[in-house]
Design a protein around this ligand. Structure first.
Ligand SMILES: N[C@@H](CCC(=O)N[C@@H](CS)C(=O)NCC(=O)O)C(=O)O
Length: 212
């Protein structure tokens, strides 16, 4: 299996399936395609018609879009363990994951993932409301260390959010903060972070806020 990813300091979507593959210790290679500049689209077109990362290439087929990739990995390589075993917990984990995949536009726009930076931004009321909401759903669905129990797809989906919160110094409740810290301390995320910190390419659109 090969996962095509974008710049590790910035690419939230690439991070999610990479975490799933790594956390479950699956054998895979990754290939980084720079998202910098006007040539990015042409570079990405060689892997998928969507011209976006991530793309998972398995058995010669290019599978794209984060959630579809994670579902494919869970179904075919880890016996469904990407999701909670219990039916209703699984439904709720899917609700949270699908919501993360499709929503929270203000957080996305105002707080781009930028692992190596420590910044301050003036957030809109909409972004603040999204942060409060996310803190609430984390607290509500935490079961021991992670959401719904064991580390899974839903935790992979929220890890870039935890990274954004760290970069921009977002204050959370103690329970939500402890969960965010655990996501960032997960060995798979530590490995990704180490690679992100070595990157030198700067994506201007993702550089927002004031250094602290
Ligand atoms: N819905 C897609 C979004 C993928 C996406 O927007 N990827 C960004 C990088 S994080 C990308 O490839 N951008 C390159 C471009 O738009 O040219 C998914 O979940 O995979």
């Amino acid at each position: 299996m090969k996962l095509i990813i974008g710049n590790q300091n910035y690419s939230t979507w690439s991070l999610r399936p990479w975490l799933l593959l790594s956390a479950f210790e699956l054998k895979f290679n990754d290939q980084l395609v720079s998202l910098l500049g006007a040539g990015a689209s042409a570079r990405l077109a060689t892997f998928s018609d969507a011209k976006k990362v991530p793309v998972l290439i398995d058995e010669g087929v290019a599978i794209w879009d984060t959630l579809a990739i994670c579902e494919y990995i869970s179904e075919n390589y880890i016996d469904g363990k990407g999701w909670p075993a219990e039916k209703m917990q699984r439904a709720l984990a899917r609700s949270l994951t699908a919501e993360m995949h499709s929503s929270f536009a203000s957080i996305r726009n105002e707080m781009p993932m930028n692992i190596s930076a420590r910044r301050r931004v003036d957030l809109s009321d909409l972004a603040k409301a999204e942060i409060t909401y996310i803190g609430g759903i984390w607290t509500k669905h935490l079961d021991d260390a992670f959401l719904f129990g064991d580390y899974g797809i839903v935790d992979c989906f929220f890890t870039p959010v935890a990274s954004r919160f760290k970069t921009y110094g977002v204050e959370l409740s103690p329970l939500a903060q402890a969960y965010a810290d655990r996501l960032l301390a997960h060995p798979a995320m530590q490995k990704w972070t180490a690679a992100a910190l070595l990157e030198t390419e700067i994506l201007p659109l993702a550089e927002v806020g004031v250094e602290v």
